[in-house]
Design a protein around this ligand. Structure first.
Ligand SMILES: Nc1ncnc2c1ncn2[C@@H]1O[C@H](COP(=O)(O)OP(=O)(O)O)[C@@H](O)[C@H]1O
Ligand SMILES: [Mg+2]
Length: 252
């Protein structure tokens, strides 16, 4: 089976991390025998909390260690990084049981994520073969699409609220990704929709609407209590909506 790699993308604050975490939970329940990797590719972090995992080491930590250890060129670093990253990922997976987890971290150097994004792209390419499913919680906006970090992505899941601003980000990502990523399937989730009738004013262009998710009371509670998506009832509106979207785009 070709590795199915889904990237969750959209404006900040719309539910990307929550929906990425829900995707991981759904995969672990539906395919307990499959190898699943969750990647937090957002420097703003959050996927570990949503999944209830502890971060031991981030991609940026590993990169820094290697940069400190070696003065030779980029190529060497990338190879070392991949070996180390592999080691840490499988370590993390052993601890967790049902899925592996990798976070990009918060690269501080001069406010530029380009370096770690370049590594991330290599890591995705190298690790893809070792897993059946990869779930990437993307950075808000278009940067990682622009830098082709998401090159290997097979399924692009766009998330927005009903706002014009959120939808316009989706349309920009959609047109950039069809030039730079070529995913097999692209579709959108409208999240935290209190009034479905307003969807009539939402213009997604040629983007397929996969599911509409209402504000989920249980998720609000989860937030307050600092709980993970694994604490949601399996028939919660959030999990049902994400399941529907993943089914429609033939990810699961
Ligand atoms: N359908 C929903 N119902 C209730 N709360 C939600 C829903 N989707 C997301 N949230 C909450 O909204 C906040 C922002 O979501 P998050 O996934 O962190 O967004 P992003 O990753 O896009 O910045 C979080 O506190 C999350 O728990
Ligand atoms: Mg997030």
């Amino acid at each position: 089976m070709q590795t199915k790699i889904i990237a969750v993308s959209g404006k900040g604050g719309v539910g990307k991390t929550t929906i990425s975490a829900a995707t991981v939970r759904i995969l672990t329940e539906q395919y307990p025998e499959k190898r699943i990797l969750a990647i937090d590719a957002d420097p703003a972090v959050g996927l570990s909390t949503a999944l209830g995992v502890n971060i031991v080491k981030t991609l940026d930590d590993i990169r820094k260690e290697i940069v400190e250890k070696t003065v030779s060129g980029e190529a060497r670093e990338a190879v070392d990084l991949l070996n180390e990253a592999r080691f840490h990922i499988f370590d993390a997976m052993a601890e967790n049981g049902s899925f592996a987890f990798l976070a990009i971290g918060r690269p501080e150097t001069a406010g530029c994520y380009c370096g770690v994004n370049a590594y991330l792209k290599e890591v995705i390419a190298a690790l893809a073969d070792e897993f059946d499913y990869v779930v990437i919680d993307g950075e808000a906006g278009i940067e990682q699409i622009n830098r082709r970090v998401m090159e290997k992505v097979t399924h692009l899941l766009l998330v927005s609220d009903q706002s014009k601003k959120g939808i316009s980000v989706l349309r920009t990502i959609r047109s950039l990704s069809s030039e730079l990523v070529h995913p097999d399937r692209t579709g959108a989730i409208l999240n935290r929709v209190a009034d479905q009738s307003l969807n009539a004013f939402v213009d997604l262009g040629d983007i397929e609407l996969l599911a509409t998710i209402p504000p989920d009371e249980e998720q609000l509670q989860n937030d307050v209590l600092g709980r993970s998506v694994f604490d949601l009832p399996s028939d919660s509106p959030l999990l049902c909506g994400v399941r529907e979207a993943l089914n429609t785009m033939q990810y699961i």
